[in-house]
Design a protein around this ligand. Structure first.
Ligand code: ATP
Ligand code: MG
Length: 417
């Protein structure tokens, strides 16, 4: 018996089909989540009826029906009296024919047999259904050992893994995503097949690849996800074979959980033009792309071997402005190196200290302004700006220089150079 209760609407639908001499089986993710005691985010139901008959049965019971995907045998049924009524996707049990292109089944045939429907599913824990026993109690249809794998926390292909990844290479990424999200190990034979089949990812649309990557990066334990993507050999195909310098070790979990920041961390070690090409290959939205590139463009002072001292801290404040942004850059920079954890913390403390001491880090905070420079004999025009920049540079190195006297002295020095 599943530990999480089955919603009344789903039970009602199961009973309705049984009364009509047919079957409606909750199947896939909702069964897996229910058995794990997690709330499923939707309930998919496999039915023994063809779509027309599914609609007929449901309409006769007074439920609204939307033919959402007739080609795939799917109709959405709005079950229950109370609003909002629960939408349940009902899909005719089917097999999938050959996959000559490695991504779409050549033919889908509606067989109405749950055994066929479970066999086409990707992993054993995703290939279970709920059924009603003759005495009315719920039971689990588990043809491939999904319950054992769930207990042992193992992600395993249904059937021969090479064949299954060969049929649909998106499953390579789904395997990593589910293993990481569920905190499961990948069965050795399944993992070996992922490594052998990695190149198959090249056949998958870039949007679908990016969608899986996004879920891995923003989900729980992204660092294990990245490590698995690298170890399995999938990462180069995700990045379209663009020569990205992959991080040796990652602590992406420390970063804000948004896709651009975490993607920037993956691209952090790669020079900007190449990183941009890899980014574009993932077809990001304009907003995502802008956010990633802003982070990458801003990383320059942190990529040089800058010493960890107050002068570096002031330069970072000058470069990044708001403290929160500085902190974000800092985290992204250090999230992808194995060694520098304490360096990051020290630098962060220095930045806070510099900010708390209100040390000057912008031209506006200098003790002399443009007019003062002209009064000192600096010719009006571009030289004023250049002189201000040199003064700021000196003050970033040593804030004690930020007095009218000391700066005037410096201006005189620049004039004789
Ligand atoms: P999630 O909680 O992420 O939605 P889910 O298990 O519901 O997890 P879906 O992608 O919504 O995953 O797919 C629903 C079910 O359909 C899966 O549990 C699996 O049985 C099957 N499935 C989905 N995609 C594939 C695929 N590419 N190959 C084989 N079976 C698949
Ligand atoms: Mg789902």
């Amino acid at each position: 018996m599943p530990p999480t209760p089955i919603p009344t609407a789903v039970r009602t639908l199961m009973e309705l089909f049984a009364k009509n001499g047919e079957r409606a089986y909750p199947v896939g993710g909702c069964v897996r989540d229910t058995l794990m005691g997690l709330p499923p985010h939707d309930w998919d139901v496999a039915v023994t009826t063809a779509p027309e008959r599914t609609m007929e049965i449901c309409r006769a019971a007074g439920y609204a029906v939307v033919p959402t995907g007739l080609k795939h045998g799917t109709v959405t049924v709005l079950v229950g009296e109370e609003k909002p009524r629960m939408p349940i996707e009902c899909t005719t049990c089917r097999t999938e024919g050959g996959y000559s292109d490695g991504r779409h089944p050549d033919a889908v045939s509606f067989t109405g047999r749950i055994e066929d429907d479970l066999s086409r599913r990707d992993f054993t824990v995703n290939a279970m259904a709920l059924d009603t026993a003759p005495d009315g109690t719920l039971c689990i249809l588990d043809l491939f050992g999904g319950q054992t794998d769930l207990e042992e926390k193992i992600l395993r292909c249904v059937g021969d893994p090479d064949t299954r990844f060969g049929e649909d290479a998106l499953r390579l990424l789904r395997a990593i995503r589910f293993a990481v999200r569920l905190d499961f190990e990948i069965a050795p034979a399944t993992y070996a097949a992922i490594r052998r089949g990695a190149a198959g990812l090249a056949r998958i649309s870039r949007e679908r690849v990016a969608s899986e990557l996004k879920q891995i990066l923003t989900g729980r334990n992204p660092d294990r996800g990245v490590a698995l993507l690298m170890d399995s050999g999938l990462m180069p195909y995700i990045l379209a074979d663009i020569p990205v310098v992959l991080p040796a070790d990652t602590r992406i979990a420390d970063l804000p959980a948004d896709y651009p920041t975490r993607l920037a961390a993956i691209l952090w070690r790669t020079e900007t033009e190449t990183a941009h090409a890899a980014l574009v290959s993932l077809k990001p939205s304009g907003e995502e792309s802008h956010a990633v590139m802003t982070l990458l463009d801003d990383r320059a002072p942190l990529n040089s071997a800058a010493p960890i001292d107050m002068a570096t801290a002031r330069r970072l404040r000058h470069q990044y402005g708001a403290l929160a942004h500085t902190r974000q850059i800092l985290r992204a920079a250090f999230a992808t190196t194995a060694a520098d954890r304490t360096a990051e913390e020290r630098l962060a403390q220095l930045i806070e200290a510099s900010s708390a001491a209100r040390e000057p880090v912008t031209a506006a905070e200098l003790a002399l302004g443009g007019r003062d420079l002209i009064a000192l004999g600096v010719p009006a025009g571009p030289t004023v700006g250049k002189t201000m920049a040199r003064l700021l540079d000196a003050v970033l190195d040593d804030p004690a220089q930020n007095t009218p006297e000391a700066l005037s002295e410096l201006v005189r020095k620049f004039q004789v150079e």
